[in-house]
Design a protein around this ligand. Sequence first.
Ligand code: ATP
Length: 903
Amino acid sequence: MTDIKRGWSEPVEAVLDGLDTRRKGLTHEEVRHRRETHGTNSLPEAPRPSPLVRFARQFNNLLILVLIAAAGITAVLGHWIDTFVILAVVVINAVIGFVQEGRAESALAALRDMLAPNAAVLRDGERQTVPAADLVPGDIVLLDAGDKVPADLRLIETAGMTIEEAILTGESVPVQKGTEPVEPDAALGDRASMAFSGTMVSEGSATGVVTATGGETEIGRISGLVAGVETLTTPLIRQIGEFAKYLTSAILLLSAALLAFTTLVRGMAFDESFMIVVGLFVAAIPEGLPAVLTVTLAIGVQAMANRNAIIRRLPAIETIGSVSVICTDKTGTLTRNEMVVETVVTADGEHRITGDGYAPEGRVMREDAEVEAGPVLAGVGLVSGLCNGAALRTGADHDDEEDGEEAAASEGWHVEGDPMEGALLALAGKLGQPWRDRPSARDTIPFDARYRYMAVLHDTEDGQLILLKGAPEAVLERCDSQMTPEGARPIDRNWWQEQAERVASNGQRVLALARKEHAGDRLSHEDVEDGLTLLGLAGLIDPPRAEAIDAVAECHAAGIRVKMITGDHKGTAAAIGRQIGIENTDAVLTGADIDKFEDEALRDAAEATGVFARTSPEHKLRLVTALQSRGATVAMTGDGVNDAPALKRADAGIAMGQKGSQAAREASDLVLADDNFASIAAAVREGRTVYDNILKVITWTLPTNGGESLTIILAVLLGVALPVTPLQILWINMITAVALGLTLAFEPTEERAMERPPRPAAQKLLAGRLLWRVLFVSVLMVSGIFTIYGWAIGRGLPEEVARTIVVNTLVVMEIFYLFSVRYTHGTAFTWQGIVGTRAVLIGVGITILAQVAFTYLPFANLVFGSRPLGLIEGLAIIGAGVSLLILVEGEKYLAHKWVGASS
Ligand code: ATP
């Protein structure tokens, strides 16, 4: 094989020869061989920062820097133990951050792998789908609208192909492509006979031969590297980050004030008062928060991926939980997209077609009796078989060794390509027409959702014919005759219209099939404007997905409205909508209706309607905008190349992982690995869980810090001894932030998460209720601390013992508060609430062990000034925790009762 340097300027055959390949593709043996020489078709990845750099980055955080400064000053003052413990807190935090960030990044990298693009190729003369990374020079690749070109290709066949090459040339208007050679020195943008890796097919279809892969491609030479790693953050997390910065500044100011007050007013030595200030720093700074929030996000991303919803842009994890309207496709999302032609209507009546799945074997029935397929049905079969881009294979055909065994086990037929076309191939087989090893077309008008038909030009026994199939509305108007056993007769459009409506009202998808004689060599939209002969209608069943019915009901219970937006016929859409349980299916709006509405009127109509039929991608965009202007948070699904604007416009754009085009995927925030509506509902559920858990982490962390810092401030202002030393506060924060706070990241979905209405998009996190809760619990903690300290001192216990009681009380109160926080929207007094989750139990277990060590180990007594405690003290400590829980739960109950369940 000689390398092809300037394939664009050479004739197709010369390029094929040069690459030592054929139009029907390489053999598997050749592919394997070439991969050894050329490697995989992927761009080299940017080197990841070294572990050391990633570890160092953990310290690049204002909260942590303040702590490090404090450690420095304590060291200068000679308080070595304090220095050591502060540094221990800092290092433990950095290690947790480092480990969790690493895990989160690998989770994201795994998602990227799941989203790795595929390519349709011809190998051994068979169409198959392979990972784009597996392409080698000489492979024959099939391109369709919406595909991302997987490697540099010399085009060998094109049909109306335009490609958007902005990433290479900066030119955003799609350029026309063809197969004719161009000048050898043509600029990149003028090489019309080439399709370049990374560019996007806007229209049409083509076949091309791979001339370069991986780093050898034009894009590989320009950029060299794939995009870097996405950082794990969302607007909410950034908002919290901002808040943390303000908090740190406020703490610094407060500390300065405290330093001035203690030295100037109370006349303390600098050394002593500085240690109090360090206590305040440490108490007030929520140093564990950033790491815990990152973990919460990472767990959410993972949980969604496990439910087949793959996050492409992290902020989506927040928005998906707050959607109030889901606009969904029908085919494949609400239905199974496993199609079978069940009805064929010809001019002399209706036929029922039997058979199993995609097997090209079955019978033609008329009124329960089997009949022979006459010439009209044969014509229907011919269009079905030849005006078709799909392929049918049995399990036994499957020749990839890896799944050879599995394939042998499942002998069933399956489709390569569009399932609807697969069903038509099966029909062609049943009607005795070619469905395999078909001759290739002279020319093709590929299917385009804007025109709703596809046509091919073929040499047949009846001469050269245009064979066309498409939506009845699009086809009927192009026909002036209909085929009968006696030959072509003038068309009775009304009758056909009625037949189409009748078949559609059973929920079947209807296609019309037609033919026309045509002498020319090429095919254009003008050639099929009129003069066609209608052969018949095919009715395809596509059963609803059982799980979609449940998922729609779940969404309704969660206050989310579900709307179906489909390209299909009004009757079919309404029938399927009813089967699935979509609301307001009586008034179906069509694309044509939408066109008639002014924007304002569309807003009302969009809200009131459940099913939109015969829509095109532009209608989707208008509908999203209309719904959003009424304050809705909209999730929108899409699969086609033209869906990209609507997907981008939606608050959560959701692309289909299987039938979706690469263009749609890249415009989306979320990709459904299984195309299933149920996965959207699952994503909403997980989205709500993540948001709840972020809230829980914050509601737990802040009062803990608030309680500790208020204790110090109050003690200083009152001029009493500190009930807890700075060092002890450090200890508490180190143990609890990690062992307790982190457990909230693992909280499962609350039972009623999908029974409450969506949270308003504009809702501020740190406002109203949360702020009140932080203050309320902080005050409860301070009261608890002073009460128990007073009680201990009152009983004549030494100060060290009293402080040990306080430290344990604080920790126990945090534990009990944790149990309350686990249920934002309900009571914690349930069996589930008491047993907790595995994470909670482990966290609590570790904390208790640590406290026992703190209290009883002589070493700890020495370092922290703690003392062993007796049974009475222990009971008092638990009593404080229980009281806190009762008060906090009481407040929750009353707030729900008075302010409403949504609070
Ligand atoms: P959804 O939007 O729910 O996925 P859809 O698949 O019906 O529905 P489109 O792909 O826009 O939406 O198709 C619109 C119509 O065009 C279909 O109802 C069908 O009549 C026709 N059609 C679809 N695919 C083809 C095809 N490959 N060849 C000819 N006509 C087609």
